[in-house]
Design a protein around this ligand. Structure first.
Ligand SMILES: Nc1ncnc2c1ncn2[C@@H]1O[C@H](COP(=O)(O)OP(=O)(O)OP(=O)(O)O)[C@@H](O)[C@H]1O
Length: 735
């Protein structure tokens, strides 16, 4: 399922005026149903309105209780079924993220986090009661912040922090913070105490836009462990209060706030890049470019993900609000696999795990070997059907090289290890009972115990064997992942990027590390041909290298090139919207013509075609080569030509400056409104097409469709559709 995105508009603050309200909530059909649409004017033309559809929309008056009941409360039962839940608040500074997640002290003001914990404890009691105490539920908390791209444990006082913060590692596909405190927490009261104490340690400051602005991303992780006699099931709820993006022209931040702000903006920029890369199905998602994106792992985590988009209703946030809405619109398309964490057999923690993360970080639990639909092949299911009563089939065996046995053996497990199934419950398997070698089982019920009882193998050696096998699997997977995500860079270039990364690692303590990171990102963007992003990163790096002439020259060159490109684009017959639409529509044009008006994401070709000699030659660390042989392109598809011949009189009546008929103008106005209902009402446009058009427009951000040719190039639209839309308008309105 996709990420669930809900929007919340905060009420006006004391200094804000009602007349400045520009963001409103609406029901899709304009009826009394709960609102799901956010509407706001186009910053370029206030007579036009943009509409954005989300799973739900909470208006200014919505209470903390309503938001919790509508969005978070329903996830708790899934959490107890073993499904991880991630809830994060996103929005510009001062839009109400902390209010939503943490809230105030009074009962009514409590935010998502205390309510979630209250709900979890209630459910713990219910589970224990319903199972007459056979299931024990334990809750443990960890809470940390990412401040200036460094991870700090919020359960530790600031004076205990090391300047470089805690390291993060990939552990079996999950990102973990090494050395984080995990505190068992048995009641809501205990939670409130721990949470309040920890929040004192969080980095907040007063800025011009928010008297209590969070200067870090805060992540609360609630681990729920349900233990029965035989199994242990672990699931996690993560509640994340992201720091808000800041426009430093408005904040008047001092130097310290500026450094924080640039770290916040950088991480949010990387997050936006990740979301864009995911939505464009690119093979490389830049998760690793910021700790926040590594930890958030949007689109990589299994479970339920909810994003609460916080919005300020007033005009002073106009552009920021539009950018947040565009981000949210992309996020809602990200698919997340709703896979539950399977229960595992109760075993003592493996000795080998201690080395990964100290006492508090456990190795990725041994995956349950119980029947799991997603782990079972069709063939396996067939086998199960054919042999009623036969043992179910499993997808893989961790213990495949253990010796087979034909008789049950006396238990070799110490009596205190109650987690492992008892000898009496073990099942025998005849050595020759297999039609195929080593039959697979989905369930290890009993079987796991039998294997632990192999004589001749000590408990330690079995554990060591398991640890070794898991490490091999993890290493294999890491190699596969690395190979799959490796960008197609020349080995020379890759070497230089690696060197730069090593320099960053080596200088972690040095103030320049942050600057080098910006530089690395700039180079990565540049090598991908994303010049605007590269320039932005160079600009962020600049304060770390004062007086560096090479860097200044590089920025000037990029600025010139971007400016030239823009001028060329405006001189071209097709408007910029076409360039934005080009990648959206699978139409290809001859490379040379296209080079002039394509957007950032493809301007590597622009460089190669328009200015082959301009170069990264000045950049000693780069060996830039334009892409060599490319696949032959398809010949350009001819664009439809629209002539409003039937309306020449209208055109002349509209005056000499007007290049479009009123009907065309009206049609474009409807399209640019991005109002899905208005677009749907056009002749020949159904729900699907209207959605596709609105999605294209959202991808174009603030850009608009200026003519019928550009409209015909939108994904899902063609010349015929445009003609239908236009013709349909003759009867629909009065010119
Ligand atoms: N739903 C709401 N009801 C009442 N007050 C609200 C609401 N949402 C936000 N506020 C108020 O708006 C102000 C800013 O909110 P908050 O500090 O939560 O913003 P933020 O998005 O977390 O900002 P930052 O990113 O700077 O930390 C606070 O004074 C807060 O009390």
């Amino acid at each position: 399922m996709s990420v669930r995105v809900v929007a919340r508009i905060r009420p006006l603050l004391k200094q804000e005026l009602d007349k400045d309200t520009i963001v409103t909530a609406e029901s899709p059909a304009g009826n009394d149903a709960a609102p799901t649409v956010i509407r706001m004017p186009n910053p370029k033309n206030e007579n036009e309105f943009f509409s954005f559809q989300f799973s739900s929309v909470y208006e200014q008056e919505a209470t903390q209780q309503q938001l919790f009941d509508g969005e978070v409360s329903p996830t708790v039962k899934h959490l107890f079924k073993g499904i991880d839940v991630q809830i994060f608040a996103y929005g510009v500074t001062g839009t109400g993220k902390t209010h939503t997640m943490r809230g105030g002290k009074s009962l009514a003001d409590r935010g998502v986090i205390p309510r979630l914990l209250s709900n979890i404890y209630r459910r713990c009691r219910k589970v224990e009661k319903d199972t007459a105490g056979a299931t024990q539920v334990e809750v443990a908390l960890s809470y940390y912040e990412i401040y200036c791209d460094r991870v700090y444990d919020l359960f530790e006082p600031p004076e205990k922090r090391t300047p470089s913060g805690l390291p993060i590692r990939d552990n079996g596909g999950k990102t973990v913070v090494v050395g984080l405190t995990e505190k068992p927490c048995t009641s809501l009261k205990e939670f409130e105490h721990l949470y309040d104490q920890a929040n004192i340690n969080r980095s907040t400051s007063s800025t011009k836009l928010n008297a209590h602005s969070s200067r870090s991303h805060a992540i609360l992780c609630v681990k729920i462990t349900q233990t029965t006699e035989d199994t242990v099931r672990v699931s996690r709820a993560s509640a994340i209060d992201l720091a808000g993006s800041e426009d430093n022209r408005r904040t008047e931040n001092n130097k310290e706030r500026l450094v924080e702000s640039s770290a916040i903006n950088k991480s949010l920029f990387v997050l936006a890049q990740c979301v864009e890369a995911i939505s464009k199905k690119q093979s490389r998602i830049p998760y690793r470019e910021s700790k926040m994106t590594r930890i958030l792992s949007l689109g990589q985590n299994n479970g339920l993900t909810i994003m609460i988009l916080n919005l300020a209703p007033v005009r002073s946030y106009h552009l920021d609000t539009l950018s947040s809405l565009n981000f949210a619109n992309r996020t809602k398309k990200i698919e997340v696999a709703e896979i539950e964490n399977e229960p595992m057999q109760r075993v003592k923690p493996l000795a080998a795990t201690a080395s990964i993360g100290g006492a508090n970080i456990a190795r990725q639990p041994l995956r349950a070997l119980t029947a799991a639909a997603h782990n079972t092949t069709l063939q396996d299911k067939e086998n199960e059907k054919k042999k009623p009563g036969s043992k179910p089939v499993k997808a893989f065996s961790v213990y495949s090289d253990a010796r087979k046995t034909t008789t049950s053996r006396p238990s070799a497990i110490p009596a205190q290890n109650q987690g492992i199934r008892r000898a009496g419950e073990t099942h025998k398997r005849a050595a020759d009972s297999t039609l195929v070698p080593r039959p697979m089982k989905t369930s290890r019920t009993g079987e796991g115990a039998a294997r632990f009882q192999e004589p001749g193998l000590s408990k330690e050696s079995i554990e060591a064997l398991i640890a070794q096998r898991i490490d091999e699997k993890l290493a294999e997977k890491a190699l596969q992942d690395a190979a799959a995500s490796a960008p197609a860079l020349s080995s020379d270039l890759q070497k230089r990027l690696d060197e730069l990364e090593h320099r960053i690692d080596a200088q972690e303590e040095d103030g320049k590390a942050q600057g080098l990171q910006f530089l690395l990102m700039a180079k990565q963007h540049q090598v991908r041909g994303e010049e605007a992003s590269a320039l932005r990163m160079y600009q962020l790096a600049a304060p770390f290298f004062p007086g560096n002439e090479k860097l200044k020259t590089k920025m000037r060159t990029l600025e010139d090139r971007i400016r030239t490109k823009k001028e060329l684009a405006s001189a071209m017959p097709l408007p910029t919207t076409s360039s934005l639409m080009a990648p959206l529509k699978a139409q290809s044009k001859p490379a040379k013509a296209r080079a002039v008006y394509r957007d950032d994401s493809e301007d590597e070709d622009f460089v190669a075609a328009a200015d082959p000699d301009e170069s990264y030659a000045s950049d000693g660390s780069f060996d830039y080569r334009p892409k060599a042989a490319r696949k032959p392109k398809k010949t350009a598809k001819k664009l439809p030509i629209f002539r409003d011949t039937a309306e020449v009189s209208d055109l002349s009546a509209a005056g000499p400056d007007c290049q479009q008929t009123p009907r065309t103008t009206h049609l474009l106005k409807i399209i640019n409104s991005r109002d899905v209902n208005q677009i749907k009402a056009l002749k020949g446009v159904g729900n699907k097409k209207a959605d596709a058009i609105v999605n294209c427009l959202v991808e174009m951000e603030a850009a608009e469709v200026h003519d019928l040719e550009s409209l015909a190039m939108l994904k899902g639209v063609g010349g015929r559709t445009v003609e239908n839309m236009r013709v349909g308008l003759t009867v629909a309105y009065d010119f």
